[in-house]
Ligand binder design. Structure first.
Ligand code: GRF
Length: 198
């Protein structure tokens, strides 16, 4: 399966997917990486793995329509089968979403619909979980639509919230689980030959 990964910042999930493909843990290949951030670690990770990488942002594509078309075109050029948003901080536009209908997945580090949506990202998600007093959180992988952290849930896994957790320790533990969860979920999709609700 040919994967196109969109990632904005650190790219640790991207790296986990690249490594799993290289180790044959995943029967797939990351064929292109797109970021909105030219200086991101995600772009460096792609280059380090000899994967073509593109920064698509306001610098050369000043309108959301132009960025949407550019993203769709790059994905088409690399004949991507499945699009993965792994820490991608922007919304996808209608051209890309229509072309890749039911073929775009995002992960979010909470049990959606809890603690998702605009403004809830990174450590803020985990702070909200701790402040709520929940004793369990997790990771959601879902189909992507035109809203933040919205779309049909494909798979969820659970992570306990420990009594002495801070937002940072919880974030680290959830992200560690998230990286493995991407691999498990992708391998199930590959084995089934289509996106299966788990
Ligand atoms: C992940 O927790 C992802 O779910 C969220 O942002 C984080 C990205 O981490 N949207 P990284 O860039 O892959 O390290």
């Amino acid at each position: 399966m040919r994967l196109g990964v969109l990632a904005s910042h650190h790219g640790t999930n991207l790296q986990a997917i690249i490594d799993a493909c290289k180790n044959n843990e995943l029967d797939a290949k990351v064929v292109v990486v797109i970021s909105n951030n030219f200086l991101s670690k995600s772009i460096q990770r792609a280059k380090g793995a000899d994967i073509p990488a593109y920064a698509i942002n306001e610098a050369y594509h000043p309108t959301s329509y132009l960025r949407d078309i550019a993203i769709q075109t790059v994905l088409d050029c690399y004949a991507v089968d499945l699009v993965i948003l792994a820490g991608y901080m922007k919304l996808l536009g209608p051209e890309t979403l229509d072309s890749y209908k039911d073929k775009v997945l995002n992960s979010h580090p909470s049990l959606l619909p809890k603690y998702g949506g605009k403004g809830l990202y990174g450590t803020l998600v985990h702070r909200a979980v701790i402040e709520s007093g929940d004793d369990v959180t997790g990771v959601t992988i879902h189909l992507v639509d035109g809203q933040y952290d919205h779309g049909e849930t494909i798979a969820q896994c659970f992570v306990p919230v420990l009594e002495d957790d801070t937002a940072l320790t919880l974030e680290e533990r959830v992200k560690e689980r998230e990286r493995r969860f991407w691999i498990e979920t992708l391998q199930t999709i590959i084995t089934c030959g289509s996106i299966t609700r788990m």
